[in-house]
Design a protein around this ligand. Structure first.
Ligand code: MN
Length: 308
C-alpha cells in the first residue's frame, strides 16, 4: 500500500521533529528523510511530497491527514485504492471581520447578529476548537466552545428582541432588510475599532446592490464589504460569528423557556404551533408579542387551533 500527498509547509518542522529519532542513515535521492518502521516506510521529499508505504501506511498517513485538517483545514481523503484526494474546500487565509445571524427562521426567540474580528494568528485556536464546521456543531458543543471564543476573539453582538421586532418590523416585513440593518450595525461597530483586518465579509443573503439600498438611510455604514456565498465554510470570522450568535440565541431561548415553564422549540414547524397554543391558553394572545415573531404564519395557525 502506497499513500502520497503533498505536505503543507507549516507541518514540515512538526514532521521532522516527530520522526527525528527514527530517521535512516541513508535516504533516497531528492528526499529529506526516510523512516523505516516494520509496517511502514515514510519518506518526505524535497518537493514536499510525503510517501507512506507498507501495510501500516494508512495508519501512519492518517495522523498527518488529521494534522492537515486541524492545522490547515485541508480535507484529504483516501479513495478505495488508497489514492489521496483533496476536497476543494478553500479557506480564506486573511485577517477578516465577518458577520452572521441566527433566529430569522424561528417563530420563537429574538434575532441575534454578531460580527467578529479574526486575525490570522487566531486561525489555529479556532480550527482546533472545530469552528470550521460551524453548521454541523450541535448545541452542546456551541455552549462549550462559544465562551472560549468570546474570551479571545473581539466581537460585537446585537439582540433584536421580539417586542422591538414586532413594534417596528411586523407590519412592513422584509427579513432581508432587517438582516442588512443588523449586519451593518455590528460590522460598523468592529470596523471603527481599528483592527488590522484585510476584508469585511458577509455571508451573502441578498445582492450587494440591494444590501446597500437597504442600509442607505443609515448614517453609520460599514463599507467595502465582500459578499460571499457559504462564507461560513470559507471565512473563520463568519464561522465564529455564527457560533456566538447561536450561543446567545440558545441562552435567550433558555431564559424564555424557564420564564414560561415550557421548552420553546426552534424553527417554525408544527411543534412550534403546539407550544404556542399552550402559551396563549395560559397567558393570552398578547403575550406572544414578547416571545415570538408575529408576522410568521404560525400566529394564524395558533389562532385557528384556539377557535376549534
Ligand atoms: Mn448565514
Amino acid at each position: 500500500m502506497t499513500i502520497v500527498f503533498k505536505l503543507s509547509d507549516n507541518l514540515k518542522p512538526q514532521m521532522l521533529e516527530f520522526y527525528q529519532d527514527r530517521m535512516s542513515e541513508t535516504k533516497p535521492p531528492y528526499s529529506v528523510f526516510q523512516v523505516k518502521d516494520f509496517d511502514c516506510v515514510t519518506t518526505l521529499y524535497e518537493s514536499g511530497k510525503v510517501m507512506f508505504q507498507g501495510i501500516g501506511a494508512d495508519i501512519e498517513a492518517s495522523y498527518w491527514i488529521e494534522q492537515e485538517r486541524i492545522k490547515n483545514n485541508r480535507l484529504i481523503s483516501l479513495d478505495s485504492n488508497n489514492k489521496a484526494k483533496e476536497e476543494k474546500s478553500f479557506l480564506l487565509r486573511k485577517s477578516t471581520i465577518g458577520s452572521d445571524e441566527v433566529g430569522t427562521g424561528d417563530f420563537f426567540g429574538p434575532i441575534v447578529v454578531t460580527a467578529t474580528f479574526v486575525a490570522e494568528k487566531d486561525f489555529d485556536f479556532l480550527t482546533n476548537l472545530g469552528v470550521r464546521d460551524s453548521k454541523k456543531i450541535d448545541d452542546a458543543k456551541i455552549m462549550k466552545i462559544a465562551p472560549q471564543i468570546m474570551a479571545k476573539i473581539p466581537y460585537s453582538s446585537y439582540i433584536l428582541t421580539n417586542s422591538t421586532y414586532n413594534k417596528n418590523w411586523s407590519e412592513t416585513l422584509n427579513m432581508n432588510k432587517i438582516k442588512a440593518l443588523l449586519h451593518n450595525k455590528v460590522l460598523y461597530n468592529l470596523q471603527t475599532k481599528n483592527y488590522p483586518y484585510e476584508k469585511i465579509v458577509v455571508d451573502q443573503f441578498v445582492y450587494p446592490k440591494k444590501y446597500y439600498e437597504y442600509i442607505s438611510e443609515v448614517k453609520n455604514q460599514a463599507t467595502n464589504i465582500t459578499f460571499m456565498t457559504k462564507a461560513e465554510d470559507k471565512v473563520l470570522s463568519v464561522a465564529a460569528a455564527s457560533i456566538i450568535s447561536r450561543y446567545i440565541f440558545l441562552n435567550e431561548m433558555t431564559k424564555l423557556s424557564e420564564k414560561y415553564g415550557l421548552t420553546l422549540p426552534k424553527g417554525a414547524g408544527p411543534i412550534v404551533d403546539e407550544i404556542g397554543v399552550k402559551i396563549v391558553k395560559k397567558y393570552g394572545m398578547k403575550e406572544l408579542e414578547n416571545i415570538a415573531k408575529l408576522n410568521f404564519k404560525n400566529k394564524d395557525k395558533i389562532k385557528n387551533s384556539l377557535k376549534n
